[in-house]
Design a binder for this molecule. Structure first.
Ligand code: SAM
Length: 214
């Protein structure tokens, strides 16, 4: 029987901190969120391993280090409104919910959206709203957002997401081909848009108007 709390601490130290994620708030959130409850029961023992895991609809819950890296890049302080594209298991939404004021998350597969919503409710996260739809269009009715995180790979940065980024806001998105991408950090400042490449990643495809065709 795995001791999940100990496994979580090991995950934070050996996978996340060891690779250079040092934002104490992010590390604390990852120590707290019970990642094993977001994966299938049969995979719970592997929930804190150093790799992504399969979830329903041929999708994945991202590797813990990538969750840490992407979350840290948003530099959340607690008062932000954050948009997530690709709810998946709901794990990343829970980490964001620990760090920001409100989280809006969009998932294209209804079953995943409903399941994530029910897990998040059971855990008491009442600052996350999940919508089923094409997240490449963003969430215009509640824009602008201080942080936007895209957890699926796209051939280009969806323009609606850039448009929905608040002044001073940060958007993190994997951009590349269907197999491999670069993690691009987009910052909106007074001088305009600045892009920084944070390195190579492999994500499932963002499927939608501003992503890949099915
Ligand atoms: N953040 C998730 C987690 O913590 O489990 C991992 C997400 S998984 C790597 C990517 C997700 O993006 C999948 O669930 C997929 O269905 C979803 N997705 C792909 N294209 C999408 C789109 N246009 N709008 C919303 N969700 C999308």
């Amino acid at each position: 029987m795995v001791n999940f709390k100990k496994a979580r601490e090991r995950m934070v130290q050996a996978q996340v901190m060891a690779r250079g994620v040092h934002d104490e708030r992010v590390l604390e959130a990852m120590r707290k969120v019970p990642r094993h409850l977001f994966v299938d029961e049969a995979l719970r023992d592997q929930a804190y391993s150093d790799h992504p895991l399969p979830i329903a609809e041929n999708q994945t819950i991202s590797q813990p280090y990538i969750v840490g890296l992407m979350t840290e890049s948003l530099e959340l302080k607690g008062a932000e409104k954050v948009l997530e594209i690709g709810t998946g298991s709901g794990y990343q939404s829970a980490v964001l919910a620990e760090l920001a004021d409100r989280v809006f998350s969009i998932e294209r597969h209804p079953e995943l959206g409903y399941r994530a919503n029910s897990i998040l409710r059971n855990l008491g996260y009442d600052n996350v709203i999940i919508r089923v739809g094409d997240g490449s269009l963003g969430w215009p009715d509640d824009a602008p957002f201080d942080g936007i995180i895209v957890t699926a790979g796209t051939p280009m940065i969806p323009q609606p997401l850039i448009d929905q980024l608040a002044m001073g806001g940060r958007l993190i998105v994997p951009v590349g081909d269907r197999i491999a991408q670069d993690l691009i950090l987009v910052q909106r400042g007074r001088e305009g848009i600045k892009k920084t490449n944070l390195g190579g990643v492999r994500f499932v495809n963002l499927v939608g108007k501003w992503g890949w065709k099915e």
